[in-house]
Write a protein that binds this ligand. Structure first.
Ligand SMILES: [Ca+2]
Ligand SMILES: [Ca+2]
Length: 956
C-alpha cells in the first residue's frame, strides 16, 4: 500500500502487463515503471470453489435476458477509425453539452435507440434511431474547471429544441454521430453518461436509498438509465421468489417499493432491465443492493434487515462505553488482520480462531492487546472487514494446506508450494476486493449469518480493552465490473478516453468523483460509524479520490453527535494512502486527496519518506540489501555493492538522516531544519519530503501489511553476522523513529515482537502460514518458515535462502521479549509528555529542534516549558551507530537532567547505561540505542497538571 510505486508492485497490479504510472511531484509528474504482481486470485466476479463448481461472487449479477443488437463495426469494408460505436469516446457532461475529440465542422447528433438497435453495417448506422441535434459550442469556465481532462475536446451543445428528448435518450443506447455536409458518416462513438446523469438527476443526491423502515420495510435503488427495475423477493431458505414491481421517480431516477412486515429477514435482489454497452443490447441484470446492510453467504443476495433488531446486537451494545477520544496527532495505531490475530493462537478455542469472536475471549492476543493499550496504544486498525470476494464464507467450502508445514526445512520451497495449492479456496486473503461496501465480511464470522452481531462484538471487545477501532476501507475499486456497474452501466467506474474502465488501482477503479458513487461512500462510512461504532477509517488509495469527496466524508462524520447519532463523529479519525499515480495523477481529473493536497484538512496520509529513510532503499529494489538509517548505513556496512562507495554511503546517510528529521516533525512542509532547508525543500525521489500543514496529517510508519516486515527488511540489510541482540536494538531504534515522532504513529501488528513473514514481500494470499502472528515467543517469530511464495518473491530467493537457513537469524524467547518490552517503553514515553504530541506546526516550530550530532545520530530536543508539568525539556538521542557516543548539549549544563524514568526502570541494561552529566549537559548514549532524557524545572515548585497532559500510564 505504501506509495505510488508500492501500490503497483504490491498487491494491486493484478496479472496485467507492466504499464507506466505517474508518481507524485510537487511541480511535475515523472513516470515510473509499474511492476506486475499477483494479488487477486478471483477475477471477473467468479471464484473457483472446486475445479468443477463455479459460483458467482460478484455483486450478484447475471444476465437473464439479452437481446444483443450487434453494436460495433461489422459488415462490408473496413470501418473508418473514427466510426466505432463499440467505444465510448464522447462524454455527455451535462444536459446541454457533449465533449468529443471530433472535427468541429461536421454536423453532429446524438442518435438514440430505446431497443438498443444501433449498429454499424456497411459503413452506415442501422436501427432507425431518434436524433438530438448538436451545435458547436464553447466551454464555460466552470465546465473547464470540472472536466480538466476533457477541456481540449470539442464542446458540442444540445439544440434547445431537442432538450425534451434528453431523459429518454439516457434510458436508451446513445451514439454520438458526425457527418459531412453531404450526410456521409465520418464519426460515430458511444457516449459516457456520468456527467449528464449527475446533472439531470441531481436530486438523487438527497433521495433515500437502500433498505429503510421499522415495521413496514421500504427499498429504493438508483437506476436512472433502467427501462424497468423489479424486486425479486426470495422465500425463506428457498430458490422460489416472487417478483414485485418498483415505482420510478422521474425526478431522481430512484426506483422504490413498499413492502410488508413479513419481508424482514428475507433475501432479495433487483432485476434491472437496462441498455448495457458491454453487452451491446438490452439486458436484465439480477443484482444485489449497493446499499445492502446484510447479505446471504458469499454475498449472492441481499438480505432485508433492521440493524436495530435486538438479535443483531451483542449484549450491552447500546450502552457501549468508548475509550477516551484521541486526536489524530496523538494516535498510535496497530495494523492487524482478523485472521492473523488468532488463527495460530492455541489459547483461543479452535472454532473461534481467525474470527471476530476471538476478540471477545481472553486468549493470548487479547491479553497482549490489553497490555499494549496499557502502554499507551490507542487504536487497532483492521485490514478489510467489509464484505470481500476472495474467501469462501462457509467453512465447509474452504480447504486449507494439507501438509505438515512445520516439518519442512527453513528455506524449503515446499511450504509455499503447499500453501499455493489451496490459496484460492483457503481462509486467507487480505481482502482488497470489495463486494459489498457496507456489510461485514462473512468468512470472519463463525457463521456468516451471524456476521453483524459478531462484528459488533469485536468492536465492543476492542473498545473495552481500551482500544479504538479503525477500518481499512477500499472504495477506490471493486473486485470486478460486475459489482455496481450492472445497475447503472458506465456510471460507477472511472472510464478512460475510449470508454474502458480504468484499472490503475489493480482492478475495476470506481469513480468517487461521480455524485452517486461519492454519496455511496459517505453513506457507507456513516453507516459503519453509527451502526457499527467504528472509530476511524483508513482509505485505501485515497489519492484516487477527490479531495472534495474526502472533505465530504469528514464533514458527514463531524456532523454526528452522541445525542443524535450515538457517536461523537469528531472523534473519528481519517487517514489514508495519498499516493499520486494512474489516470488521475497530478490532478488530471480533479483535485486529488494526495499527500500534499490534503495539507490543512486534518486528514492524515502515510509518509513513505520516513519509511524508506529508516529501512533503506525502496520497496522495489532489485537488490534488497540497500541500507538506511535504521539498517546499518550508519557504521555497519553489509558489503553489498548496491550500497556504493564509502563516499556514496555517507552521502546517503546524510540524506536519510535529514528525511528522518522531517518525519520526526510530523512531515511538516514549513519546518526549517538545521540545514536551512524547509521540510518541503528536502528531496524525496524528486518530491518534497515535508508536505503537511500540521503533524496530525502525517502517519509515520516503518512497516505495514505491504512489503517485508521490519524484521525481514533488517534481515536483508543488516550484515548477516549481526548478533540477534543487535538486531533487536535496530528494530527498536527503527520503531522509535515512528513512536517518538510528531503525528500519528503506525506499526504493523507484531513488529513489537520481531514479526517475520519469512521474507514474504506481498503476503495477501500467502495463507495463515506465512502471515502467522505468534503470541507465544517460544514458537519464534515466523522467520525460517520456508522460502516465501514464488509469485512476487522468486527474484529475491537467492538473497533469501542463505538468510532463512541461518539459525542466527531466528530469535529466541529472550529476543522477542526484549523487543516487546522496549516497544512498550517507547509507547509509555510517548504518552508520558506532551512533547511527543505538540499538535500544531507552530508549536513544533517553537519547541522542537535538532541540535548538532555526530554522523549516524539524531538528537531531537523539545522545549516543554509551560506545557509539561514535570519537565522543562525532553531530549531524544537516536544513536544508529555500533558505537557509544557522547552528545554535547551545552544548553542542558547545570540543569537537572536525567534519563527518562521509564528508561531508568528499563529491562534493557544497555539503555539504563545512558547517562547525563549535569555539569556539562553531555549525554552519553550506548551503541544502537535510543535514549530519552528529561530536564526538571530548576526550582521545583508545585504545579497543577496541564489539562492536556495524559497521566503516565503503567503496565498492569
Ligand atoms: Ca465475502
Ligand atoms: Ca486465499
Amino acid at each position: 500500500m505504501m506509495d505510488g510505486r508500492t501500490a503497483l508492485a504490491g498487491r494491486r497490479a493484478g496479472r496485467r502487463a507492466p504499464g507506466r504510472v505517474a508518481e507524485i511531484s510537487r511541480n511535475h509528474c515523472k513516470q515510473v515503471w509499474r511492476r506486475p504482481s499477483l494479488r487477486y486470485a478471483a477475477r471477473a466476479g467468479q471464484m473457483v470453489i472446486s475445479p468443477s463448481h463455479r459460483v458467482n461472487v460478484g455483486w450478484r449479477f447475471r444476465v437473464i435476458r439479452s437481446r444483443p443488437a450487434g453494436t460495433g463495426a461489422e459488415g462490408a469494408g473496413p470501418p473508418r477509425a473514427d466510426v466505432d460505436p463499440a467505444k465510448a469516446r464522447a462524454c455527455w457532461i451535462d444536459r446541454d453539452t457533449v465533449a468529443w475529440q471530433v472535427e468541429p465542422s461536421l454536423r453532429h447528433t446524438l442518435a438514440f435507440s430505446a431497443d438498443g438497435g444501433i449498429a454499424l453495417r456497411g459503413g452506415e448506422l442501422t436501427g432507425d434511431p431518434r436524433l438530438i441535434r448538436l451545435a458547436p459550442g464553447a466551454w464555460s469556465e466552470e465546465q473547464r474547471r470540472q472536466w480538466p481532462h476533457l477541456a481540449s475536446f470539442t464542446a458540442l451543445t444540445v439544440d434547445p429544441r431537442d432538450a425534451g428528448l434528453v431523459k429518454g435518450a439516457l434510458r436508451a443506447q446513445v451514439v454520438a454521430v458526425g457527418r459531412d455536409a453531404g450526410g456521409t458518416l465520418l464519426a460515430a462513438t458511444g457516449v459516457q453518461l456520468p456527467g449528464v446523469l449527475d446533472d439531470v438527476y441531481a436530486e438523487a443526491a438527497t433521495a433515500w436509498l437502500g433498505p429503510a423502515g421499522r415495521l413496514i420495510p421500504r427499498l429504493a435503488v438508483w437506476a436512472p438509465t433502467a427501462r424497468t427495475v423489479e424486486l425479486a423477493l426470495y422465500a425463506p431458505g428457498s430458490e422460489r421468489r416472487r417478483v414485485h414491481r418498483m415505482r420510478r421517480d422521474d425526478r431522481t431516477g430512484v426506483w422504490s417499493v413498499r413492502g410488508r412486515p413479513t419481508w424482514w429477514g428475507r433475501e432479495y435482489t433487483f432485476l434491472v432491465t437496462v441498455y448495457s454497452p458491454r453487452h451491446g443490447g438490452i439486458v436484465t441484470n439480477e443484482v444485489t443492493d449497493p446499499y445492502s446492510l446484510a447479505v446471504a453467504p458469499d454475498g449472492v443476495r441481499s438480505r432485508l434487515v433492521d440493524l436495530d433488531a435486538a438479535a443483531l446486537k451483542p449484549r450491552g451494545w447500546d450502552r457501549l462505553a468508548k475509550p477516551a477520544a484521541v486526536p489524530q496527532h496523538r494516535a498510535s495505531i496497530y495494523e492487524l488482520h482478523v485472521r492473523d490475530f488468532s488463527a495460530s493462537d492455541a489459547t483461543v478455542p479452535a472454532a473461534l480462531r481467525g474470527t471476530y469472536a476471538a476478540f471477545r475471549g481472553d486468549g493470548a492476543g487479547m491479553r497482549e492487546l490489553r497490555a499494549l493499550a496499557a502502554d499507551g496504544l490507542t487504536h487497532v486498525h483492521l485490514l478489510p472487514v467489509f464484505d470481500f470476494a476472495t474467501v469462501p464464507e462457509r467453512a465447509a467450502d474452504r480447504s486449507e494446506p494439507a501438509c505438515d508445514l512445520a516439518a519442512f526445512p527453513p528455506a524449503s520451497e515446499r511450504q509455499q508450494e503447499c500453501v499455493a495449492r489451496t490459496a484460492a479456496t483457503d481462509s486467507y486473503n487480505w481482502g482488497y476486493d470489495p463486494l459489498h461496501y457496507t456489510v461485514p465480511e462473512g468468512s470472519y464470522a463463525t457463521d456468516p449469518d451471524e456476521r453483524t452481531k459478531e462484528f459488533r462484538g469485536m468492536v465492543a471487545a476492542l473498545n473495552r480493552a481500551g482500544l479504538r477501532v479503525v477500518m481499512d476501507v477500499v472504495y477506490n475499486h471493486t473486485c470486478s465490473t460486475e459489482v455496481l456497474d450492472p445497475i447503472v452501466p458506465g456510471y460507477y467506474h472511472r472510464l478512460l478516453d475510449d470508454g474502458t474502465v480504468a484499472t490503475s488501482t489493480c482492478c475495476a477503479g470506481t469513480a468517487p468523483e461521480h455524485t452517486m458513487m461519492g454519496r455511496l461512500i459517505v453513506d457507507s462510512v456513516v453507516t459503519w460509524a453509527t451502526r457499527y461504532k467504528v472509530d476511524g477509517f483508513r482509505f485505501d488509495l485515497m489519492g484516487h479520490h477527490p479531495k472534495a469527496g474526502m472533505l465530504a466524508v469528514r464533514a458527514a462524520l463531524d456532523a454526528l453527535t452522541l445525542r443524535e447519532d450515538g457517536v461523537d463523529g469528531k472523534s473519528i479519525i481519517l487517514y489514508g494512502e495519498g499516493w499520486n499515480f494512474g489516470e488521475v495523477a497530478c490532478d488530471a481529473r480533479f483535485e486529488q486527496a494526495t499527500q500534499a493536497n490534503l495539507a490543512g484538512t486534518g486528514i492524515g496520509t502515510f509518509t513513505d519518506r520516513l519509511r524508506d529513510a529508516v529501512r533503506g532503499g525502496g520497496p522495489f529494489d532489485a537488490d534488497p540489501r540497500v541500507q538506511g538509517f535504521g539498517s546499518g548505513l550508519a557504521g555497519a556496512p553489509n558489503g553489498a555493492p548496491v550500497n556504493g562507495t564509502e563516499e556514496e554511503q555517507r552521502a546517503r546517510l546524510a540524506a536519510c538522516t535529514e528525511l528522518v528529521k522531517v518525519g520526526l516533525t510530523g512531515s511538516l512542509r514549513d519546518y526549517v531544519l538545521p540545514s536551512g532547508r524547509k521540510g518541503c525543500e528536502v528531496d524525496y525521489n524528486g518530491s518534497p519530503a515535508g508536505y503537511t500543514a500540521a503533524p496530525g496529517e502525517a502517519v509515520a510508519y516503518v512497516d505495514a501489511h505491504d512489503n517485508e516486515t521490519l524484521f525481514d527488511a533488517l534481515a536483508y540489510k543488516l550484515p548477516q553476522w549481526t548478533p540477534m541482540a543487535d538486531r533487536v536494538r535496530m528494530q527498536v531504534l527503527s520503531l522509535a523513529t515512528v513512536v517518538l515522532a510528531q503525528g500519528t504513529a503506525f506499526v504493523l501488528a507484531g513488529s513489537e515482537r520481531l514479526r517475520s513473514k519469512s521474507l514474504d514481500r506481498n503476503s495477501y494470499d500467502s495463507g495463515d502460514w506465512f502471515n502467522r502472528l505468534l503470541w507465544d515467543c517460544s514458537e519464534g517469530n515466523g522467520f525460517g518458515a520456508g522460502l516465501p511464495p514464488r509469485a512476487g518473491n522468486e527474484a529475491a530467493w537467492p538473497y533469501a535462502k542463505p538468510l532463512l537457513e541461518d539459525p542466527g537469524l531466528r530469535p529466541g524467547r529472550a529476543a522477542v521479549e526484549a523487543c516487546r518490552a522496549a516497544f512498550g517503553e517507547l509507547l509509555r514515553i510517548r504518552t508520558s509528555s506532551p512533547a511527543f504530541a505538540l499538535g500544531s506546526a507552530d508549536e513544533v516550530r517553537r519547541r522542537l529542534s535538532f541540535p548538532g550530532s555526530a554522523e549516524g545520530l539524531i538528537t531531537m530536543h523539545v522545549d516543554t516549558t509551560g506545557l509539561d508539568p514535570r519537565w522543562t525539556s525532553v531530549t531524544v538521542v537516536f544513536n544508529a551507530t555500533p558505537y557509544a557516543h557522547v552528545q554535547a548539549m551545552p544548553g542542558l549544563a547545570g540543569r537537572a537532567v536525567s534519563l527518562h524514568p521509564v528508561q531508568q526502570g528499563s529491562g534493557d541494561a544497555v539503555v539504563r547505561g545512558s547517562a547525563a552529566d549535569p555539569a556539562t549537559g553531555a549525554l552519553s548514549v550506548p551503541a544502537r540505542t535510543v535514549a530519552v532524557f528529561v530536564a526538571a524545572p530548576e526550582t521545583p515548585h508545585p504545579e497543577t497538571p496541564h489539562p492536556e497532559t495524559p497521566p503516565l500510564r503503567r503496565r498492569p
